[in-house]
Design a protein around this ligand. Structure first.
Ligand code: IPE
Ligand code: IPE
Ligand code: MG
Length: 242
């Protein structure tokens, strides 16, 4: 472990490649999702130990409902099937879990599972794990805008006070900006993920499928992040002239 690397405050994962990981081994896509799920636990524990405070993970998009009924059901049931395991893990590691996404189209069972996890982990204040489930970046912006219009119409919000900071209070959760976005499996697109929060994120697209993305692959991501020059639109004149 290299102690001289820059440590981001918020890392977001587009968990991708579970299906290909499995089919290339002659296994069912569900097996790939199982392996991906196992890896999330090991990897998040490591990332938090590395000093990162916020992790977001894209686990089911609003568009993933286009998949077969069997695959959608499998992904939906993962949360409830693994509830005890998830809670034990969060308590052991002191992790506060948020869920981001629309609450429609989810069964009562899934909603109850999400509520239980959020409630039970709300007391933890050091490590935040934001699970994006039935999530879409466009949906998040539309949902925030609707809440804003409602508050403006009822007189609760003065439209002149609406700026970026205020807008963020209307998103699913008020999270710090994403510093590093990692999408596994070699795909180089954002697929409707955290569009607001990724405005100045550094993007990293390793070829590794998610079930094979472990500590060493993560350290390489940190090395790459450390090499990036984050300018946020400005210029470091001293550096340029030296
Ligand atoms: C997991 O990877 C991400 C989810 C949508 C659950 P995929 O299921 O997209 O895997 P690939 O892209 O088919 O390999
Ligand atoms: C994005 O992955 C959604 C999640 C990781 C949950 P997809 O595999 O669904 O994205 P596309 O279809 O390749 O863009
Ligand atoms: Mg995919």
């Amino acid at each position: 472990m290299d102690d001289n690397l820059k440590i981001p405050n918020h890392i977001a994962f587009i968990v991708d490649g579970n299906g290909r990981w499995a089919t290339e081994r002659g296994l069912s896509r569900s097996k790939g999702h199982e392996e991906g799920f196992k890896n999330i636990q090991v990897l998040t524990a490591y990332i938090f130990k590395r000093g990162i405070k916020y992790i977001s993970a894209y686990l089911f998009s609003t568009e993933n409902f286009k998949r077969s009924e069997a695959e959608v059901n499998f992904l939906m049931n993962l949360l409830t099937d693994k509830l005890k395991q998830i809670l034990d893990f969060c308590h052991q590691e002191n992790i506060h879990v948020y869920f981001s996404g629309r609450r429609d189209r989810l069964s009562k069972k899934v909603l109850m599972t999400m509520e239980k996890i959020e409630e039970e982990t709300a007391k933890y204040k050091d490590k935040y794990f934001n699970i994006c489930f039935n999530y879409g970046g466009h949906a998040e912006i539309i949902d925030a805008t609707k809440k804003i219009v409602k508050d403006v119409n009822s007189g609760k919000l003065d439209i002149n006070l609406l700026d970026e900071k205020m807008y963020e209070k209307y998103l699913y959760h008020e999270l710090p900006p994403v510093d590093l976005l990692i999408r596994t499996s070699g795909e180089q697109r954002i697929s409707n993920f955290m569009l607001w929060q990724c405005s100045y994120a550094e993007f990293y697209f390793p070829k590794t499928y998610f079930p094979d993305f472990h500590e060493e692959e993560f350290e390489e991501a940190l090395r790459e992040y450390t090499r990036r020059d984050r300018r946020f639109g400005g210029i470091d004149y001293d550096k340029k002239n030296s």
